[in-house]
Design a protein around this ligand. Structure first.
Ligand code: GDP
Ligand code: MG
Length: 177
């Protein structure tokens, strides 16, 4: 509401991608409103959220798009990626299949997204490490191979969430300025 009217120096779009139920919507609500919800709501009703970030003397307005459940039906289209400068590609460290699918998401990203998009690979749900199926090292290695940034997060415990988004936003800002 009030943030809409604030003067910003840059406005940019970033997208959340990854299999369903990996925690994309909760990462976004944590980042934009500091909220978390335990019940899984595939559709959150809004397609994006804003947050204003001050970097040096510049005010950046980040518009972050969420899939609103469309990833369930593989219905994410090119318009979702259009104009996006960054992406958080999220998997769930407790479900190996979501990590195996990262390659599929990267193919889509490279087909529809711009080639200089800043991509952060995010292994979410680090709070439930006892049911871990993907080692942190595996995430790191994949990120290195694919030239992505990497971070493990917990939207539940608010671990590294700010850092993951800020890594993407900071890098986009560097490229854009
Ligand atoms: P999305 O489909 O990728 O948007 O995933 P959601 O954000 O809807 O989350 C799917 C489920 O995982 C929900 O039940 C969330 O409460 C849960 N969840 C999301 N993030 C975390 C996390 O960091 N830790 C734990 N333990 N559960 C999480
Ligand atoms: Mg969602």
């Amino acid at each position: 509401a009030d943030s809409y009217d604030e003067e910003c120096d840059y406005l940019f779009k970033a997208v959340l991608i990854g299999d369903s139920a990996v925690g994309k919507s909760n990462l976004l609500s944590r980042f934009s409103r500091d909220e978390f919800r335990l019940d899984s709501k595939p559709t959150i009703g809004v397609e994006f959220a804003y947050r204003n970030i001050r970097v040096g003397d510049k005010l950046i307005k980040a518009q972050i798009w969420d899939t609103a459940g469309q990833e369930r039906f593989r219905a994410i289209t090119s318009s979702y990626y259009r104009g996006a400068l960054g992406a958080l590609l999220v998997y769930d460290i407790t479900r190996r299949a979501t990590f195996d699918n990262v390659k599929k998401w990267l193919r889509e990203l490279r087909e529809f997204g711009s080639s200089d998009m800043v991509v952060v690979l995010v292994g979410n749900k680090s709070d439930i490490g006892h049911s871990r199926e993907v080692e942190e090292e595996d995430g790191k290695n994949l990120a290195e191979t694919e030239a992505l940034y990497f971070m493990e997060t917990s939207a539940l415990e608010n671990l590294n969430v700010e850092e993951a988004f800020m890594q993407m936003i900071g890098r986009i800002h560097e490229i854009a300025s």
